[in-house]
Write a protein that binds this ligand. Sequence first.
Ligand SMILES: Nc1ncnc2c1ncn2[C@@H]1O[C@H](COP(=O)(O)OP(=O)(O)OP(=O)(O)O)[C@@H](O)[C@H]1O
Length: 593
Amino acid sequence: MNVFRGLKQFFWQDKGFLVGAVLGLAAATALGLVYPRLIGVLIDDMIVPGKYEGLVGLALLAVGIVIIKASCQYVHGFCGGRLGNRVAYRLRNACYEKLQVLPFSFYDSARTGDLMSRLTADIEGIRNFIGFGFAQLLNTAFLVIFGFAMMGTIDWPLMLMTLALIPVLSFIAIRFELNIHPVFRSIRASVGRLTVSVQENIMGVRTVKSFASEKHEMKKFEKGNADYRDNYLALADVWAKYFPVIEFVANLSVALLLLVGGIRVIHHSLSLGDLVALNGMLGMIVAPLWQLGFQINNYTQSKAAGERLMELLNKPVSIRNPEHPLVLNDGDVQGHVKFHDVSFRYPNHEELPSALLGFDLDAPAGSVIGLLGGTGSGKSTVVQLLLRAYDVGEGAITLDGVDIRHLELESLRRQAAIVFQESFLFSTTIRENIAYGRSEATDEEIVEAAKLAQAHDFIMELPLGYETIVGERGMGLSGGQKQRIAIARALLLKPKILILDDSTSALDMETEHVIQQSLRKVMAGRTTFVIAHRISSLRHADEIVVLDRGHVIQRGKHEQLVRQPGLYRETYRTQYADRPDEWEPAGERRVSG
Ligand SMILES: Nc1ncnc2c1ncn2[C@@H]1O[C@H](COP(=O)(O)OP(=O)(O)OP(=O)(O)O)[C@@H](O)[C@H]1O
């Protein structure tokens, strides 16, 4: 029950509905038990003595009971429905909210399909159990208590005899639960794996098809599918083993009652009406007991679902606001960024060398910093740390002299806009994509940002212009067009800090050049970090930092760096190989010549 204790915060505020659902069902059950009693009365007091006067009254009583019972069932359905759906609603919101605050390190290893199945199938399991399953399980207990109490009022020795089999039945039911629970856990996990494989296949369909890997993907899926099937087969085995045993024991009590009760009716120590009533009541008790397996099944399924939800909800949030956060006032921020001897290793990858080691940087407000280096050298890590996607291992990062760990996260991230190499566009209009961070932006502002990002012209060529709906990943747009929309989105924010993480890589040199010209205008007075592989993107930076395996190996302005032997000059020479006049300083040419 620990899981349900953990989930209490989601259903306890609706305890009225919980009580209504349970009491409604319990009352309907108790009223149902009156029927066998009425039949007993009909046989013993009317049919056997041949008295018909009370017959209409008895029938009317039965109708009255039916009406009250139906009303109780309505209360059960109404309350159960409200309860289950409200709980599911709150859980869905809580999980989604949790997904918003979980740190980047969580998403480094999270699988989308698995998360999707938690937010859908698992919540559905909880909705069913808390809304209805729980009341039904309790109802079974009520039925046993009420039923045997009523049987006791008719004939207590016969009641005790049939009651003796209940502990046996309960023992089997508990064993059943212990056996079936692990199977359900594996089923849930295999559903998650299967969803992941379908989702990745769809997301990566271009890669799959271009590598002609359909067969390989099919094999992978078949493996997951076989695992899913085997889990269900294991479930069927447990069911097949326990079901007949539960049914046999449950019906054994009926057989015992018929045998002993029959003998007693023959010997006139029990009336026929009482035997019929007892048999009816026992049948009503045995029927849900027979379903006990199903109810336990339902319980274990939702327990497994609850465990997976609680696991998500209890995930620690490593990057959070400090106790007394400093909220930045947007108008007062200068944008002076400093890295003080920063070292960092990615969490959960302690075995790998540091992604950044003893990194120092002073980026005065309004400066342009270029970051250059081979792949995996730590360039993106620098900006991830600045946005507090991760916390530094050693050292500190300050914004206008304040350690960013002391700032309110949201207000810190609001100061910066980042454009990634892979631009993510939401499945909505181009207008909404550009206005993503500022939904209140005017049309003029959106067009202005698009113009600066060199996106306006191609947008206007689309039949629906800014109203064009782009797909989940900007289907139908080229990589360069997507990047330009992403740049417009960042520019619209007019951030104090602009980060371009290889964000012009998909653009041709000419477009990149034009964008840079516009950027220089827009970014005056704002601090800019440019990560690029192309020297042309960095050459105008106030400081260029060259990284290699997390270490700074060179730093300075373009003019200085091209004069020094090192990675920067190597890169420059390679990229400008066809224009030696532009790169070879005159003095050097003389020496080499
Ligand atoms: N989320 C992550 N989890 C674990 N290790 C990571 C993660 N991101 C990057 N790394 C590792 O940290 C190091 C620096 O990576 P980073 O992304 O900063 O390099 P980069 O210079 O931006 O590379 P590129 O130019 O290829 O984008 C690399 O060794 C990389 O494998």
